[in-house]
Design a protein around this ligand. Structure first.
Ligand code: ADP
Ligand code: MG
Length: 603
């Protein structure tokens, strides 16, 4: 008897399910993708017990007829691609033809579908036995498809043990629904858990409706404390919302990135974003963003991961550079004038009561006025919706022109009134009271000036007294050789000294006391992984930042009113002046309205 035997179909599918179906959330992801691929404009998701007992996804898409319905449950059966060429520029979310077969092998699955808009009836298919035979019988259904997945992992107890509590499973599942909802504004999404409506997101037909959806999914504070950006170069387009540095998170949990409408988690992308926030984010905090990258499908390979969470870009370096530059520019250009409270529709949005499902917001409420008065400090920060005005980045929201004319006379940060305890500047602007942490603000101004001076001079290098030999791998040595030009620009004189060794002859003057060998190794590993590195700049910036900190006005120094006003004007003109070098905010606004609330004064 031969030792090798063909697996029965169910077992083969169960093995495939190991890659795709990890938990209820993965089932929902696959079913939602199918509904969207079928052209649905409305998707209803009903879940019981965190999705382990029941997941039902109902759509109004194209549906399936008597011929296709049983085939949909077969492994390697798909309507989405026919050839390798199709695969190379696939536009649908699914294409592996595995999801339904895998899910049906580890659950009790039934599909009811109707492909005929006029015809009254529909069909229901169920899957049985180890050969996974499909039975089909008539069942009423309007045009579209309902897929019901009951008792996930009922026949695979080992996998069932990996499931967590109902609450945890549901929160993963909800996250999947939210992400899909952010990927398709034109589709309505409804989510119910244990009979209770959790999300009811109508299809969006305007920019405001889209913002409303982002607010419902990411919390209203996010949309009010983010920049809208939209930029393109050649075939690359990037748009979406990036959180202001002061709206940072303790976890990387509000980061949504989409490539051609597909939800993606990608190291290259996260690195580019992190690098863009480097100079403005408080240490250890994570930025928040909802971003959409669009490019020719032929320039990105989506077939590199079973759940298609990862992609591979044909020109990763270009994509990295594009994302970094777009965000870096947008963040640098945030000015006090942009951070004044929103008016009109957006103001209403922020004034809406927190939605039931709003994630807990932990945007930082820094500063010494620690206790936020009701609707006070916290919401004044929340009011900092920023208006993007960079060339090439379209302005989405505009403030009424009349108001602009009326306010023109008073500069955004107003005129200084007094100094408080030698720490804060109090200033009056059109909105009300502005509080400035004078040390933090001055530090940023000094730092930005030092950076421009440094950039203007170019990097000055000095030769090492004794050239330093650095042992590296062959791959690293090749990389260093290829990047000789880049190293020269950064002021590092590096030469190859052998198969696996480099010799360091020159270093930037400002880095003469740093651990240059370690820096070189880090740069090489960045270059190998992302095709680019900002370590040297980052290190130089750190040194400049420290110098700026020591060179800035200390707390407890008396400033005259003209000195204070000069500082306010400098802030208005300085890049990134909303945060000090360490990412803390430099100023905040208390509007008259908020002050009125403190005194229960109605107007
Ligand atoms: P894939 O999505 O990779 O093609 P699936 O196993 O998820 O593989 O689905 C198999 C096929 O079943 C799809 O290609 C599609 O033709 C059909 N199908 C699945 N779900 C739906 C749906 N909700 N509406 C219409 N057709 C569907
Ligand atoms: Mg699919």
């Amino acid at each position: 008897m031969s030792k090798i035997a063909l697996l029965n179909t169910r077992l083969a599918n169960q093995i495939a399910a190991g890659e795709v179906v990890e938990r209820p959330a993965s089932v929902v992801k696959e079913l939602l993708e199918n509904a969207l691929d079928a052209g649905a404009s409305r998707v209803e998701i009903e879940v019981e017990t965190g999705g382990t007992r029941l997941i039902r996804v109902r759509d109004n898409g194209a549906g399936m007829d008597a011929e296709d319905l049983p085939l949909s449950l077969a492994r390697h059966a798909t309507s989405k691609i026919r050839s390798l060429e199709d695969l190379e520029q696939v536009a649908s979310l699914g294409f592996r033809g595995e999801a339904l077969a895998s899910i049906s092998s580890v659950s009790r699955l039934g599909i009811t579908s109707n492909a005929d808009a006029e015809g009254a009836s529909g069909l229901r298919a169920e899957c049985e036995g180890n050969g996974m035979e499909v039975s089909v019988k008539p069942a009423p259904h309007p045009q579209g498809t309902s897929v019901e997945v009951r008792d996930l992992f009922f026949n695979t107890p080992a996998r069932r043990k990996f499931l967590r509590t109902e609450k945890t499973e549901f929160s993963h599942l909800e996250e999947v629904v939210k992400r899909q909802a952010l990927s398709r504004y034109d589709v309505a999404f409804h989510l119910r858990h244990n009979g209770r409506a959790v999300h009811q997101l109508a299809a969006c037909d305007s920019d405001t409706a889209r913002e409303r959806r982002v607010a419902a999914v990411c919390g209203p504070a996010f949309i009010n404390e983010s920049l809208y950006i939209e930029t393109d170069i050649g075939e690359l387009k990037l748009w979406g919302w990036v959180g202001l540095p002061t709206f940072s998170r303790s976890q990387a949990d509000l980061q949504h990135f989409f490539v051609n409408g597909r939800v993606i988690r990608d190291r290259l992308v996260s690195h580019a974003v992190r690098q863009a926030y480097r100079d403005v984010l408080y240490h250890g905090r994570h930025p928040a963003f909802v971003l959409y990258l669009e490019l020719d499908p032929a320039l990105v390979d989506v077939n590199v991961h079973p759940t298609k969470h990862e992609v591979r870009f044909r020109d990763g370096r270009k994509v990295h550079d594009f994302i970094f530059r777009s965000l870096h520019r947008a963040l640098a250009d945030v000015r006090p004038a942009d951070q004044l409270p929103p008016t009109g529709e957006l103001a209403q949005l922020s004034a809406q009561p927190a939605l039931e499902q709003e994630p807990t917001q932990d945007s930082l409420a820094w500063g010494r006025p620690a206790a936020a008065p009701a609707g006070g400090f916290g919401s004044s920060v929340a009011a900092g919706a920023v208006r993007e005005q960079v060339a090439g980045l379209r302005e989405l929201y505009s403030r009424p022109a009349m108001e602009e004319v009326a306010e023109e006379a008073v500069p955004p940060l107003g005129y200084a009134l007094a100094q408080l305890h030698g720490i804060y500047i109090l200033s009056q602007n059109t909105e009300g009271l502005v509080l400035v942490d004078m040390h933090a603000a001055h530090e940023r101004i000094t730092y930005e000036r030092m950076k421009s001076a440094h950039a203007g001079e170019g990097v000055r290098s000095q030769p090492l007294l004794v050239p330093q030999t650095v042992a590296v791998s062959q791959r690293e040595a090749d990389c260093a050789e290829a990047a000789a030009g880049l190293f020269a620009e950064l002021g590092l004189g590096v030469q190859r000294a052998g198969e696996e060794s480099l010799v360091l002859r020159e270093v930037p003057v400002s880095l003469r006391d740093a651990d240059v060998e370690q820096l070189l190794r880090d740069v090489l590993s960045d270059l190998l992984e992302y095709g680019t590195s900002d370590r040297i700049e980052s290190h130089i910036d750190e040194l400049l930042s420290t110098m700026a900190c020591h060179g800035s006005v200390r707390a407890n120094r008396r400033l005259t009113v003209p000195e204070m006003n000069a500082l306010l004007r400098d802030m208005e003109a300085t890049e990134r002046s909303g945060q000090c070098n360490h990412g803390r905010p430099t100023w905040t606004q208390l509007s008259l309205e908020e002050l009125d609330k403190l005194f229960l004064r109605g107007r």
